[in-house]
Structures are given as structure tokens and as C-alpha cells.
Design a protein around this ligand. Structure first.
Ligand code: SF4
Length: 80
């Protein structure tokens, strides 16, 4: 993370209904995601910015992880 980059204070994290339950996000960031009834859920709906959340979202083969600025709703990780 480079100095001078202004990150939002909080991110809102949500796993959508596209989740296929592969578990990659849990392996990548078990502080933020867990499997419930074979599907991923965010452990916390709002988190402090953390690269691990972005890594998990980018790993997700279903693009099922939404990460947005909690204040503005702007996408932190683009969904495709
Ligand atoms: S990586 Fe994506 S598809 Fe796999 S469990 Fe996590 S949210 Fe679901």
C-alpha cells in the first residue's frame, strides 16, 4: 500500500447468492469469511480495509464477494 493512497475508513463486505461454496475465500481470509451450510458468509458486514479481503474477492471464481466503501457504496473490488 503506497503512502498517499487514501483508503476509505470502512468497507462493507457481502457474499452474494452466486457463491458456489468452493471455500477459497475462507482459505484466503478466514478472519473475514466462513462457510455456513456449505456457502460462504462474511464474518462481519463492515471491516477495516485489509488486503486479505481484496485477495479473497479476486480469488472467488464466481465473483460472489462484494466489497464497497461503507460510506459511499463505491466498489472497492470491481465486480464483473
Ligand atoms: S470463493 Fe467465492 S464461490 Fe468460493 S466459497 Fe468464497 S464466495 Fe463462495
Amino acid at each position: 500500500m503506497s503512502a498517499g493512497t487514501s483508503l476509505p475508513r470502512r468497507w462493507r463486505v457481502r457474499v452474494t447468492e452466486s457463491c458456489a461454496g468452493c471455500g477459497l475465500c475462507v482459505i484466503a481470509a478466514d478472519r473475514y469469511f466462513h462457510l455456513v451450510d456449505d456457502y460462504s458468509q462474511a464474518q462481519h458486514t463492515e471491516v477495516d480495509p485489509d488486503e486479505a479481503v481484496i485477495a479473497a474477492a479476486e480469488l472467488c471464481p464466481m465473483n460472489a464477494i462484494e466489497v464497497v466503501d461503507a460510506e459511499t457504496g463505491a466498489e472497492v473490488v470491481p465486480t464483473h
